[in-house]
Design a binder for this molecule. Structure first.
Ligand code: C5P
Length: 310
């Protein structure tokens, strides 16, 4: 089937995320773990530009190592475009240009943001006209974090992290992100958590009885008070990420010493997210870290999910 072609190119911007809270339960038969998480979309973006083409192709810019991002079906944005084409019975292709800013394999959902942006961009380019709910459902098939990259803001994720409910968040939270040169594999970090739990005598595949986001996390987000939030940010994957990269603990401690309220490994890592008291406070911490040779990015959240710009 072919559709009306409203424009020659569609530019979509989708945010990276921080898991402000990440509770990991048991592993299910499909290999996924039960989660209770709070995502916050932050002002570090992936840009995807979709153009008409007969075939499917991807170009990527903004990465130090071009080999770090696959350009074939291993790329989540490529899979997103093909999944949408199949669902819409669209028989053309698309040329996707991806401009990356979110660290690759950094625990900030950069690949998921690319997929979310590709879904929105191709939907508009091809005139598919799918509803948000339908795009969300397709996104969930691509990866657990894709629905949140579509949604943005601040949201509670349950199930595999793909069942979303908006969370009220007042004001803005300032974060410093400290990226690592080498990414971490998400499946590896989950497997490490299972191994650590098994070593402690907890069964990795034990079904979680109850996995809820603690009320103080939601209250802190509602209050807009970064000091309150700093008392309740938590990540179950942190122990496993620190096992793989012990030096991240030093980064967190240096951040706190420089004036951050608290530090946490973002998602499966290795990016460290330092919660700061204010925009000015974040700038001060950033310059103190810079003097120690630690490069960081100042971002804020929450921000909108994948949207067409320009
Ligand atoms: O869904 P996504 O592709 O982002 O997940 C990457 C990997 O992370 C999965 O293959 C799985 O190993 C792990 N994962 C998990 N439980 C989740 C989400 C991700 O074990 N809820």
């Amino acid at each position: 089937m072919t559709f009306a072609t409203p424009s020659d190119a569609v530019h979509v911007r989708a945010p990276g995320k921080i898991n402000v809270y990440l509770g990991v339960g048991g592993r299910h038969d499909d290999g996924y773990h039960a989660l209770a998480t709070v995502f916050q979309a932050v002002s570090l973006y992936e840009d995807v530009i979709a153009r008409h083409a007969d075939d499917f192709s991807i170009t990527v810019s903004g990465v130090d190592d071009p080999d770090s991002v696959p350009l074939d079906d291993r790329n989540l944005a490529m899979r997103a475009a093909k999944l949408l084409a199949t669902a819409a019975e669209y028989d053309g292709g698309v040329a996707l240009e991806i401009r990356k800013s979110v660290p690759v394999a950094g625990g900030m959902g950069g690949g998921s943001a690319d997929a979310a942006a590709a879904l929105v961009a191709c939907d508009a380019l091809w005139g598919t006209g799918f509803s948000t709910a339908r795009l969300h459902e397709l996104g969930a098939r691509l990866g657990a974090d894709v629905p949140f990259a579509l949604h943005g803001g601040t949201a509670v994720g349950t199930g595999r992290g793909d069942q979303l409910n908006p969370a009220l968040a007042r004001g803005r939270f300032d974060w410093l992100l400290v990226p690592s040169d080498d990414g971490l594999s998400t499946p590896l970090v989950y497997a490490r958590l299972d191994a650590l739990r098994e070593a402690e005598g907890a069964l990795a595949d034990e079904p979680a009885v109850s996995l809820d986001v603690p009320v103080p996390v939601l209250q802190a987000l509602r209050s807009g008070d970064p000091v309150l939030l700093s008392e309740s940010i938590y990540n179950d994957l942190q122990e496993a990420a620190l096992y793989e990269r012990p030096e991240l603990e030093t980064t967190i401690l240096r951040g706190i010493h420089a004036g951050a309220l608290q530090g946490i490994v973002s998602g499966s890592g290795p990016t460290v997210a330092l919660l700061c008291p204010s925009p000015e406070g974040a700038q001060q911490v950033q310059s103190m870290l810079r003097e120690q040779g630690i490069h960081s990015l100042h971002v804020h959240g929450p921000v909108q999910g994948a949207r067409i710009i320009g």
